[in-house]
Design a protein around this ligand. Structure first.
Ligand SMILES: Cc1ncc(COP(=O)(O)O)c(C=O)c1O
Length: 449
């Protein structure tokens, strides 16, 4: 299979990725520009979320205070600059977007999963005449609605966090809920779902296998709806809303993103839906002034390989000899989503990869330096400012796209995607491992200066 790979421009970047070394790839097809299509979709998404808000508030008491909004904090992490070696002004300002703490599902997948389940519930209720367009959406939280939904099933395939989001939302409405999980899914995520009454089926294969089995199983049940993490437009739209929230938070912090103030988003990537949706929404709002990078574990560089080879090349990490084995379970994905590859072709600035050991180091750093409880997957974006400001590829990117504006003007947002629900003992074990590994990180040798 390896010999059949299409040729591509940058052999040395490919060789590094193939050797599972931390690598930055900048997209030669990247076209930073305003994006009417993304802006229009985002406008509709905001309307849909606003329509769902009263229902969310009714279903989940934890959302009462926010008026049914699924929101997370934007935190400037000054205290992490020294431990991350980001004290030099060339690294700009450093923020964490706290999706590790998102209510209801505790991860970046909350927005997508809740959005798709609730939009689907509404559509089914409208189609069956249980709900009319003029009815109060909160009717979907009634006992009669629970009886209606209990005849139906919502299924999903997941490495864990999408399962938590979809499973909890579906069960709360009254659906039967089935989550098909990959062999690497964490036991605590399975146990948490079972406590909610969700049926969990764990498979021997990887994430793409679990999704395929789930898709197949749902096909045989006419009352089953399958949330397709690889192809779902609704999941993608659900994630997009995060961009609007970020826009408000940056403005509240007095930051106006523009030619003098570029915004870099560092987005952990598995199948690509969550980072893709956020990036697409951000393009709709910030246009040419936001630069979105996906971040992946070295052994699961599926988005890097796919984007490098062109959106039509369905390449898997196994094709180049990578193992897809990583402690960053949310990102253990061998083949990127077609939908996301297509949308990101000219919208994605680049992809970088990071070794697992650094993820544990940063779990400990974020905990001791800023009291953040992040799972290893959620720390990967901390590599971003380093790649942009210290590597030759990053400097070439800045020369080309920042039009001589200094990198010190940049705002870096590291998207922290999960962690709050990790059981205390497990989390402590992550921190201990990070402490044992100590400094320096494996990125140190990447420095171009
Ligand atoms: C903690 C965490 N980060 C990042 C991701 C990546 O999201 P996606 O698979 O949509 O690319 C996941 C996916 O489950 C996740 O659980």
């Amino acid at each position: 299979m390896t010999s059949e790979l299409p040729p591509f421009a940058n052999q040395s970047t490919f060789d590094k990725a193939k050797a599972a070394e931390p690598t930055l790839w900048c997209n030669p097809n990247y076209q930073p520009s305003s994006d009417g299509e993304a802006a229009q979709t985002l406008e509709q998404v905001h309307k849909d979320w606003a329509m769902l808000a009263p229902l969310l508030q009714k279903l989940f008491p934890v959302l009462e205070q926010s008026g049914g909004q699924i929101q997370s904090e934007l935190i400037e992490v000054e205290s992490l600059r020294a431990p991350l070696c980001y004290e030099d002004p060339k690294f700009g300002r450093l923020f964490v977007k706290g999706d590790h703490n998102l209510p209801v599902a505790g991860s970046v997948k909350a927005r997508g999963g809740l959005f798709e389940v609730l939009m689907t519930a509404r559509r089914q209720a409208l189609a069956e005449g249980f709900l009319s367009e003029n009815d109060d959406i909160c009717k979907l939280a009634s006992d009669a609605a629970r009886a209606f939904f209990s005849q139906r099933t919502i299924a999903v395939g997941s490495t864990g966090n999408l399962g938590l989001s979809v499973g909890v939302a579906a069960k709360t409405l009254g659906y039967n809920s089935i989550v098909h999980m990959s062999s690497d899914a964490k036991t605590w995520k399975i146990e948490r779902l079972r406590r909610y009454g969700v049926k969990v089926m764990q498979h021997r294969g990887d994430y793409n296998h679990a999704v395929a089995v789930a898709r197949d199983a749902a096909r045989y049940d006419p009352l089953a709806y399958f949330v397709d993490d690889e192809h779902s437009e609704l999941l993608f739209q659900g994630y997009m809303a995060a961009a609007g929230e970020l826009d408000i938070q940056l403005r509240e912090a007095g930051i106006v993103v523009g030619p003098d103030r570029p915004l870099f988003l560092h987005l952990p990537c598995g199948i690509g839906g969550a980072p893709g949706g956020i990036a697409y929404g951000a393009r709709g709002l910030f246009g040419a002034h936001v630069h979105c990078f996906f971040a992946e574990p070295c052994q699961s560089a599926s988005a890097m390989l796919r984007m490098m080879h062109g959106r039509d090349a369905r390449i898997s990490v196994y094709d180049v000899g990578l193992t897809n084995r990583t402690e960053a379970d949310g990102m253990a994905v061998a083949t990127m989503s077609d939908l996301v590859a297509e949308r990101m072709q000219t919208r994605l600035a680049g992809v970088y990869t990071v070794g697992d050991e650094d993820l544990f180091r940063w779990v400990a750093t974020a905990y001791h330096g800023a009291s953040l409880q992040l799972e290893p997957s959620a720390t990967i974006g901390f590599a971003g400012p380093h790649f942009i400001a210290n590597s030759l590829e990053g400097q070439a990117f800045a020369d080309r796209h920042l039009l001589s504006k200094p990198l010190s003007n940049a705002i870096h947002v590291v998207w922290a995607t999960g962690g709050t629900f990790v059981p205390e003992l497990k989390f402590q074990a992550f921190v201990d491992r990070g402490m044992e590994l100590g400094h320096p990180t494996s990125l140190s040798k990447e420095t171009a200066t």
